[in-house]
Design a protein around this ligand. Structure first.
Ligand SMILES: CC(=O)SCCNC(=O)CCNC(=O)[C@H](O)C(C)(C)COP(=O)(O)OP(=O)(O)OC[C@H]1O[C@@H](n2cnc3c(N)ncnc32)[C@H](O)[C@@H]1OP(=O)(O)O
Ligand SMILES: O=C([O-])CC(=O)C(=O)O
Length: 379
């Protein structure tokens, strides 16, 4: 009997088709429903990208008006979601809070077991609209602050920052946040999206799929890397009084030492892109803007020091989480909140994939080559 071919980590395996996004490592490009992501990031707001991912087209003016109003009216957390969050200890990770909150939001839904396309879209919109309040509520409770109610005169990104920090963010900060949400929104069959599709393939409901996807996103080989990048910066030491050059020198020395110890450095490398992540130039430009806005050249020094030392030693390039972490740090989020921010963005891609999977479903159930003991008996 011929041995089956094993594809460890499913690397290189094409599992299904998708019309939602195209990741092309050869041209180093990423298309959402055909549109280059950097064009979307420069021209539209995140709400409209969410619509695009769900519907396949950007909204018309009338559709946008109606959708923006639906999103603004669904931003408040139900009392039992707040109560569930309050029950969780402050020692738990914000990703655990996010996972629990999505589960409770799902349990609350009057159409929890209705998986018709209409019900599914309704759930996706409501989750998209409500989730920022989970992040903001958790960030504030960790700082001992009262929650801030949403404002329906602000768009998604401006309101997110308002609910988190209790003050209106500067337009350039809102813009950088909007760009980060768009870049994080969707990336084909990454581990968390595939998890959502596996769960959907059993005909489970949308909130179960998103809850499972959050679990897959938490790990540092996937979404948890944006938090891990910041821990690297913190370990090297963020010294506001330092020049970019001094920070670069310390970062390079840190990287050389870490690589000599054969450490894996979070924020570098990618399963699909081997020549640089298509989203990094756009996120790096947003980071440059935030460094200038907040007057923090030492962050650029650390960034460039690590990047250069990694390039020289191993030729491995940064992924989206590398500029993503410092962007959220400069905006004022606690490091542990970075991956929940990734959730807020990726809810759009996950739910688009849930709907695509359900529309042409086949149970996802691969084979395994058994390599345990031969058959044996108790006596
Ligand atoms: C938004 C996102 O989810 S992007 C991904 C975020 N994740 C990270 O940043 C975590 C750090 N990076 C990694 O662990 C990997 O690059 C992954 C998991 C993202 C991709 O992994 P794979 O495609 O399986 O590549 P793999 O881990 O086999 O790496 C290939 C080689 O490059 C090395 N390598 C890859 N990434 C790194 C890294 N970040 N630091 C050091 N070495 C690395 C590996 O050690 C391996 O070397 P070897 O051939 O000498 O053993
Ligand atoms: O595609 C991947 O494997 C990981 C990634 O970059 C993402 O999910 O954005």
């Amino acid at each position: 009997m011929t041995e089956p071919q094993i594809y460890k980590g499913l690397a290189g395996v094409t599992a299904d088709t998708t019309a939602i996004s195209k990741v092309n490592p050869e041209s180093n490009s990423l298309l959402y429903r055909g549109y280059p992501v950097q064009e979307l990031a420069a021209a539209v707001n995140f709400e409209d990208v969410a619509w695009l991912l769900w519907h396949g087209e950007l909204p018309t003016e009338a559709e946008a008006r109606e959708f923006h109003s639906a999103e603004r009216s669904a931003r408040t957390l139900a009392d039992n979601v707040r109560a569930a969050i309050d029950l969780l200890p402050l020692s738990c990770h914000p990703m655990d809070v996010s996972r629990t909150a999505v589960s409770v939001i799902g349990a609350n839904h009057p159409k929890a077991e209705d998986s018709s396309p209409e019900a599914e879209l309704e759930k996706a919109v409501e989750l998209f609209a409500a989730f920022p309040a989970v992040v903001a509520y958790d960030q504030r409770r960790r700082r001992g602050l009262e929650p801030v109610e949403p404002r329906d005169d602000l768009d998604y990104s401006a309101n997110f920052l308002w609910m988190t920090f209790g003050e209106e963010a500067a337009p350039e900060v809102v813009e950088a946040f909007n760009i980060s949400m768009i870049l994080y929104a969707e990336h084909s069959f990454n581990a968390s999206t595939f998890t959502a599709r596996v769960i959907t393939s059993t005909l489970a409901d949308l909130h179960s799929a998103v809850t499972g996807a959050i679990g897959a996103l938490k790990g540092p080989l996937h979404g948890g890397a944006n938090e891990a990048v910041m821990h690297t910066f913190e370990e090297i030491g963020i010294r506001e009084e330092e020049s970019a050059e001094e920070a670069t020198a310390r970062a390079k020395a840190w990287m050389d030492e870490a690589l000599a110890q054969k450490k894996k450095i979070m924020g570098f490398g990618h399963r699909v892109y081997k020549n640089g992540d298509s989203r990094v130039p756009t996120m790096k430009a947003a980071l440059d803007g935030m460094i200038e806005h907040y007057g923090r050249p030492e962050i650029l020094g650390l960034y460039e020091g690590l990047e250069t030392a990694m390039q020289e030693a191993k030729g491995i390039k940064p992924n989206l989480d590398y500029p993503g972490g410092p962007v959220y740090h400069l905006m004022g989020f606690d490091t542990e909140m970075f991956t929940p921010l990734f959730i807020a963005a990726r809810i759009t891609g996950w739910t688009a994939h849930v709907m695509e999977q359900r529309a042409a479903n086949s149970l996802i159930r691969p084979l395994a080559a058994y390599n345990g003991p031969e058959e044996r008996h108790l006596s």
